[in-house]
Design a protein around this ligand. Structure first.
Ligand SMILES: [Zn+2]
Length: 145
């Protein structure tokens, strides 16, 4: 049986398979860049390969798809009507893995921030979240990473 995916979910899935960046990730990167913040992408040496890493602020940022990572209370976090057990297990696995990665990162001394896919459509909210990363030291990026 084939699961029915919306075109949006399918393209997200395919982009993940190819290891390319998703649109929400691109929105976050564009904003961080516009704000003059310095970051690295997908550092493989960190648990969960965070989407953006801000070394200066010792902060990692995950851009999570609302569907796959189960954004609580979000209308995008729907549950497929077929193969419900399969999806349930998959979702639980994703959420458990996210929690594991976050715990490990915190133990390593990182601050962990999650930006949800639906947040990235609101550029003011996005800016506020990134400001909160920057405010940790109250300063401006001066290239001394
Ligand atoms: Zn959401």
């Amino acid at each position: 049986m084939v699961d029915r995916l919306t075109p949006e979910r399918r393209s997200w899935l395919m982009s993940r398979v190819r290891g390319k960046s998703t649109m929400p990730e691109m929105a976050v990167r564009r904003m961080a860049h516009a704000m003059g913040m310095r970051f690295r992408l997908h550092r493989r040496d960190l648990p969960g390969r965070p989407d953006l890493v801000f070394p200066r602020y010792r902060t990692v940022l995950f851009v999570h798809g609302c569907f796959w990572h189960r954004h609580a209370g979000c209308r995008k976090a729907t549950s497929p009507k077929s193969r419900t057990e399969y999806w349930q297990a998959k979702f639980e696995g994703n959420v458990a893995r996210d929690e594991r990665n976050e715990t490990q990162l915190i133990r390593m001394g990182w601050r962990v921030l999650t930006i949800w896919e639906c947040d990235t459509k609101d550029s003011e909210l996005l800016r506020e979240k990134l400001e909160s990363v920057r405010s940790i030291r109250g300063g401006k990026d001066d290239g001394l990473d």
